[in-house]
Design a protein around this ligand. Sequence first.
Ligand code: PAZ
Length: 346
Amino acid sequence: MTPPAQHKNFHTSNPETSYAIDRSLPEFAAAEPTDEDNYFANHQPPTYLPEIEKEVQQFIKYHQENTGKRIALVTSGGTTVPLENNTVRFIDNFSAGTRGATSAEYFLRNEYAVIFLHREFSLLPYSRHFSHSTNCFLDFMIEKDNKIEINPKFSTEMLEVYKKYHQAQVSNSLLLIPFTTVNQYLYTLKLISEDLKIYSNKVVFYLAAAVSDFFIPQYRMPQHKIQSSATQDGELLIRLAQVPKFLSRLVSNWTSGAMIISFKLETDNAILIKKAKSALERYHHQLVIGNLLQTRKKEVVFVSPIQDDKWIKLTDEELQNGVEIESEMIPAVIALHDKWIEKTSK
Ligand code: PAZ
């Protein structure tokens, strides 16, 4: 089987200009948890969606017919909220996609096939070891006899990473699907979730992307760059609507039998567990992984209805030695997925 082409014919970071600005779309109130359907009725899907659907269906079919591997849908990175349709400015968040890219590698190491729904240009599994680092990639090279080579200082580590990357490629185990904006993320997540229904409880959703809670609805988005003359008394006022809470829809309608894991990010330790528990009560899924912005690479907490809250923590020494917290998180997730499959297969 030829590995799938990972080069797409489109860039999600290119704005969709064709339908800006359609004033015929009705205005709707700030989102309530029940407004998911309203959202899709009032927002256009990305034009490249059929292309993605084809790739996703081929990937699922391949594993269904050839490998029988479990599938992890890993979401990763931040979402942008464009302020203009021809986007010059946007609101963004901090997420570089480290959690998602690292977790994807550990799922692959544990024989899962991975659909990696990621913010375009954020970190990717395997290449993350050499991109976004303080080194330029050329620092990993040396010139010898007028040829370029890998610097022997890095070659052992690079070879290890390359072997894993190559294995993921030849086994067709990693599918990269990009998004940039919240709208692209929501449409693509819905599409992939619905395609994965046939894979039932062999799927785990690992929703680590940092999705914006607020956005500008399409009917309110200016087509062109906001002019400084549009300010009021020198201030630019931007009205954001709430992004509907899609998790309830995902759990009850978009999926069938999958284990669903969401993440909760907070900055205040005092509310982390409370917020994680209230997400579980609200959405009735299987696990919330809580983390604090300040310590997210060092400790996380698993909050689930079937076990006591469980902290995974790295020591300072482990951190200094390059241990990644995902190397402990993913086996713990897989143990829960084993139990989930056992329980839901009866
Ligand atoms: O991308 P990153 O590794 O810098 O951060 C990961 C994270 C903190 C975004 C993730 O672990 C997470 O908590 N995602 C969900 C955020 C939220 O919507 O609450």
